[in-house]
Design a protein around this ligand. Structure first.
Ligand SMILES: CC(C)(COP(=O)(O)OP(=O)(O)OC[C@H]1O[C@@H](n2cnc3c(N)ncnc32)[C@H](O)[C@@H]1OP(=O)(O)O)[C@@H](O)C(=O)NCCC(=O)NCCS
Length: 340
């Protein structure tokens, strides 16, 4: 499959172990078919806790369906998916969700009963180096993984920057209990979001087997008021910085604007051409991105608009009614997918 799709500096097997066996919920949803001890088909989902309205349930994102080319067309993927779904029942998974490509969008809605949540995802783009961007300079044969790891190791932690008024910005290595408190406050502004508690954040962004992420925080007199997570990407000779996650205390309205300025200045220091940030339309952080000079357009997956789909499990409908209802305030970013 050319797996994983994202760049990692560890072996695919170590990345697989991180992705499925190190989940902070303490269980996995992976089912494989074997022949003579060799894996020939693989279905998986990633369990997370998700806030839907005023409830928090276990939800799962379907990922990494694959059958060995020599064994395709024999119904193996269907059987590993049935087995994986039975594992969801054991763990009381109440909701399935996903960000499908065109083919799996059709299958999921047509055959499996998923609903399109009707969320328009926007791609916000800030062009740092216009000359580089428009000339599309090629970097030549830079080894993608090797180069980004080299840069990561070279970049120092750096001191926190005092921006006045008691606010400081800086890089963070560990995400502890204060991130739980921030989630508790910040999540009130949203009706749908993956629970970004310290366990989730440490697993998602703090383990190098999952990728190399840069976590920047804003603190008010030492108290955590917001964070932004970044991931560098080299694609077709261009260097991007993806803002893959962000969250701020609603009582600190300057946190996101300051973290954006911090991001742009960091990107300049890293010789990045373009900063990208994916958020639902009408998201409260969207106006800060526009004020900072980001331009937005609809985010595509291949040649269709990025879709968010969900399926309620267990015969009830309250979750899906909430998710498909009017005015849903969803907090969805690239780090919620397995694309980064
Ligand atoms: C897609 C793939 C996993 C199918 O595996 P397979 O074991 O050969 O599957 P089969 O052809 O025996 O069965 C296909 C069944 O799975 C379903 N299916 C195929 N792809 C699916 C998907 N992405 N999501 C849900 N169901 C899917 C089909 O609808 C079909 O169901 P049916 O038998 O009820 O009609 C396999 O072709 C593959 O590994 N492709 C490369 C990787 C890939 O594209 N993965 C999907 C990424 S979303």
């Amino acid at each position: 499959m050319g797996w994983p799709a994202t760049d990692v500096s560890v072996s695919p097997l170590d990345h697989w172990r991180w992705k499925f066996l190190s989940n902070p919920l303490g269980f996995h949803l992976v089912c494989v078919a074997e022949i003579d001890g060799a894996v020939i088909s693989h279905s998986a989902s990633i369990p997370v806790r998700m806030k839907v309205g005023d409830r928090t349930v276990v939800a799962s994102q379907g990922v990494d369906l694959c059958t060995d080319p020599a064994f395709r067309g024999a119904g193996l993927i269907g059987r590993t998916m049935v087995c994986r779904n039975a594992m969801k029942d054991q763990h009381d998974v109440r909701l399935d969700f996903g960000f499908p490509n065109q083919a799996s969008y059709r299958l999921s809605l047509g055959k499996q009963g998923f609903h399109d949540l009707g969320i328009t995802m926007l791609q916000h783009r800030y062009i740092i180096d216009e000359e580089q961007f428009f000339k599309k300079v090629r970097f030549g044969p830079i080894k993608r993984i090797g180069y980004s790891t080299y840069i990561m190791l070279k970049r120092p932690l750096g001191p926190r920057v005092d921006v006045g008024g008691g606010i400081t910005l800086g890089r963070e290595r560990e995400m502890g209990e204060e991130f739980d408190n921030l989630y508790a406050k910040a999540s009130e502004a949203f009706d749908m979001m993956i629970v970004r508690d310290s366990g989730f954040l440490t697993w998602r962004y703090g383990d190098h087997r999952g990728g190399d992420f840069i976590v920047r925080t804003a603190r008010d007199n030492g108290r955590l008021v917001g964070y932004m997570v970044h991931r560098e990407e080299v694609k077709d000779g261009s260097r991007f910085l993806n803002i893959v996650d962000a969250l701020a205390d609603p009582a600190a309205p300057d946190a996101i604007p300051l973290l954006l300025l911090d991001c742009i200045s960091m990107a300049k220091g890293m010789e990045i051409e373009t900063v990208l940030c994916c958020l639902p339309e009408a998201h409260p952080y969207g106006k800060h991105l526009a004020e900072a000079g980001f331009l937005s357009q609809v985010r595509m997956t291949g040649n269709q608009e990025m879709k968010v789909i969900a399926l309620e499990r267990g015969g009830t409908t309250d979750l899906i009614n909430r998710l498909t209802g009017r005015g849903l305030r969803a907090h969805i970013m690239l780090g919620d997918t397995d694309w980064v």
